[in-house]
Design a protein around this ligand. Structure first.
Ligand SMILES: *[C@@H]1O[C@H](CO)[C@@H](O)[C@H](O)[C@H]1NC(C)=O
Ligand SMILES: *[C@@H]1O[C@H](CO)[C@@H](O)[C@H](O)[C@H]1NC(C)=O
Ligand SMILES: *[C@@H]1O[C@H](CO)[C@@H](O)[C@H](O)[C@H]1NC(C)=O
Ligand SMILES: *[C@@H]1O[C@H](CO)[C@@H](O)[C@H](O)[C@H]1NC(C)=O
Ligand SMILES: *[C@@H]1O[C@H](CO)[C@@H](O)[C@H](O)[C@H]1NC(C)=O
Ligand SMILES: *[C@@H]1O[C@H](CO)[C@@H](O)[C@H](O)[C@H]1NC(C)=O
Ligand SMILES: *[C@@H]1O[C@H](CO)[C@@H](O)[C@H](O)[C@H]1NC(C)=O
Length: 593
């Protein structure tokens, strides 16, 4: 008995072990929709070749792609990164895959979906910064969303593990294990934050695999030579998305030339994207530190003006204060009509009005995000992390449209190629969407929607009644025309019926009441004619005329009300979309400045 139980324990340990040899699996977009990068870690060397097995069916992972392995050894951290580029995939197709090697076994099977081709595809994203291994508030909700296949791509705008290098890299291992639930199923795109700066961002570079040459792919070069985890860009549906490093401006101890290198790359990339607006009308940039800040306690941010001068206006290269400011990003992004800028760093959610050089550039006062004249800045750095929340400046600037301290993340949906919907979820409120709805207005919208629905239902009922009337009509016509009194009663009832309906569809809302009033205004003359007819004695012809007249009135009333209801609906939809942070963007011509 003793032997058996020890053996059983050993077997169990072995099987658990074997399953976890290949771990921390995460995806990144390949060159285009026909590729996917799979990256994973082993904490030990693997003696035989590592590869990805994949295929269209869970049971038939018949295709194989080899992985390239790099050994990372840096101040106590010691692990192996395996990277594999899957190619020749069909767009918009679900693939199953697992990673591993013959001798050491394979991971569990995951699935991902490749992107659709071209600019007509309407993708959905999750975007956030500042997640961390401790207090990783958003992970359970992201996992839920991903299981429902809600996203095509997830963007993490810096500050990953707090920090990847800590505990000899164990913090990094733990974070990457945690995010695997999400990142092994959806491409997980990144740029660095200040918490990745340790050792010139080496831990960060050892973990991620962002392809940098999508516009001119070097298909024959080894994957490792094609990566740049600091700045890179991609086309997804109607958007060109750029992820870049704000950290070059802070960690100049690692070199000044990378500020210039990135700036020139950004300019070329923006130029290219801008000339491709017909296919991809949106340009979205993502970085870690916002140009305009909302929170206290950041010495890099001017507490008076709430700007981060060196990314916004530029930097004195080599700390030479006699030299002009260079490589400021606000002018560059404005020049090429960047539509939205997403940032993290501040542990909060904040959305600014369209803004350039401290000037509000709203589309209009009522709908600031419809055809704005400048970029919209959004800070979404509240996914979790052990440093907890930031504190807002006590008096937000006039261009701060909305701000919240809840933990959560941003969802971006393309409604069509020119409309984006933004939502902010709150982890604190179990994933409830807290933004961009103005709750008061929202309640009013909901009440109005209910009213309109009721109005419509009443009308539809009256239409059914009208149909019955038509049936009756034929029967009534059979009745002896001399039976006037009973016919008179019939019409009295009908008139009463109309009046009843009329009062039942009277709405409390003044505007709609007005509408109903106007609606009947035209009919007053016809109604009195109707009454005259009833009071008089009439022939069968009069009777028919009366019925037809009545039906016409009913129908006209019905049509008019329906039309008005449609208009009310459209108006409400507009209001609703505006309240949800709906944006219509046609900010795609080079502005003069
Ligand atoms: C998978 O393998 C099959 C059979 O060899 C091949 O026809 C197909 O092109 C492969 N698919 C990919 C995506 O490599
Ligand atoms: C830091 O890394 C970058 C590449 O990401 C490199 O260009 C730079 O020279 C490095 N700096 C130092 C000080 O090693
Ligand atoms: C930005 O605003 C400042 C202060 O109002 C002004 O001096 C500067 O010329 C403006 N820059 C541009 C590019 O318009
Ligand atoms: C929300 O809407 C209400 C009513 O429309 C308005 O009074 C209030 O100022 C709005 N709040 C914000 C934060 O916009
Ligand atoms: C008059 O109409 C009523 C109700 O439709 C009916 O009950 C009655 O029999 C009719 N009388 C004559 C004389 O046709
Ligand atoms: C209508 O006809 C009835 C009898 O058929 C008669 O009693 C009544 O006076 C007439 N009314 C008028 C306004 O002519
Ligand atoms: C009511 O609308 C229907 C369908 O749009 C149309 O055919 C009909 O002529 C309209 N009736 C009146 C009285 O306006």
């Amino acid at each position: 008995m003793k032997y058996i139980s020890i053996l059983a324990v050993c077997l169990l340990a072995l099987s658990v072990n074997a399953k976890n040899v290949h771990e921390q699996i995460h995806l990144a977009l390949g060159t285009d929709e026909t590729e996917m990068v799979v990256t994973w870690t082993t904490v030990h060397a693997i003696s035989d070749a590592c590869h990805v097995e994949f295929g269209l069916h869970h049971e038939k992972l018949t295709n194989t792609t080899k992985a390239a392995t790099t050994h990372f050894k840096h101040d106590g951290a010691n692990f192996y990164t395996h990277r594999s580029l899957l190619t020749g995939l069909k767009p918009a197709t679900k693939y199953f895959y697992r990673v591993g090697s013959k001798h050491t076994g394979f991971s569990t099977v995951y699935a991902f979906k490749t992107l659709q081709k071209g600019g007509k595809f309407l993708p959905k994203f999750a975007i956030y910064g500042d997640l961390g291994y401790q207090n990783e508030q958003s992970i359970p909700y992201l996992k839920q969303d991903v299981e429902k296949e809600m996203y095509d791509v997830i963007f993490h705008v810096g500050d990953m593990a707090y920090d990847l290098h800590e505990r000899h890299g164990e913090q990094g291992n733990d974070f990457m294990r945690s995010i695997e639930k999400v990142a092994a199923r959806v491409p997980y795109m990144t740029c660095p934050g200040n918490h990745e700066n340790h050792g010139n961002f080496t831990h960060y570079d050892a973990r991620f695999s962002m392809i940098s040459d999508r516009h001119a792919p070097q298909h024959n070069a080894p994957l490792a030579h094609r990566l740049n985890n600091h700045f890179h860009s991609m086309d997804v549906g109607p958007a060109h998305i750029i992820m870049f490093s704000t950290e070059f401006y802070t960690y100049t101890k690692y070199g000044w030339d990378q500020i210039a290198r990135q700036y020139h790359w950004l300019e070329q990339d923006l130029k290219r994207a801008h000339s491709n607006r017909a296919e991809r009308p949106w340009i979205i940039v993502m970085g870690h530190k916002p140009m305009y800040c909302l929170g206290k306690g950041d010495h890099e941010c001017n507490q008076e003006t709430t700007e981060r001068p060196f990314t916004r206006r530029g930097i004195h290269m080599h700390k030479d204060t006699n030299s002009p400011l260079k490589y400021g990003l606000e002018d560059l992004f404005y020049k090429y009509g960047v539509d939205i800028q997403f940032y993290g760093h501040e542990h909060l959610y904040g959305r600014l009005l369209p803004l350039y050089n401290f000037t509000i550039m709203s589309g209009s006062k009522e709908a600031p995000y419809t055809d704005p004249k400048g970029p919209v800045h959004i800070v979404t750095g509240s996914a979790g992390n052990r440093e907890i929340h930031s504190h807002f400046f006590p008096h937000p600037k006039s261009f701060v449209m909305d701000h919240h301290l809840d933990y959560g993340y941003t969802r971006l949906t393309f409604v069509d190629t020119h409309h984006i919907r933004l939502e902010q979820t709150s982890d604190d409120k179990s994933s409830l969407i807290i933004v961009d709805a103005n709750k008061t207005t929202w309640k009013q919208i909901e009440a109005k929607k209910a009213e309109i629905l009721k109005h419509e239902q009443n009308l539809i009922q009256s239409n059914i009644h009208q149909y019955e009337l038509q049936q009756l009509d034929e029967n009534e016509l059979m009745i002896d025309q001399r039976n006037i009194s009973s016919k008179s009663k019939f019409f009295d009832d009908e008139i009463a019926n109309i009046n009843n309906q009329e009062s039942s569809i009277q709405l409390e809302d003044a505007k709609l009441q007005n509408l109903v009033h106007n609606l009947f205004f035209d009919e007053v003359a016809e109604k009195s004619y109707l009454e005259q007819l009833i009071n008089a004695n009439y022939s069968l012809n009069h009777f028919r005329e009366l019925i037809i007249k009545k039906q016409l009135i009913e129908m006209k009333r019905y049509n008019k009300s329906m039309e008005k209801i449609e208009n009310e609906r459209k108006y409400l939809q507009k209001l609703e979309l505006k309240e949800k942070g709906f944006m219509k963007m046609l900010f795609n011509t080079i502005p003069k400045y």
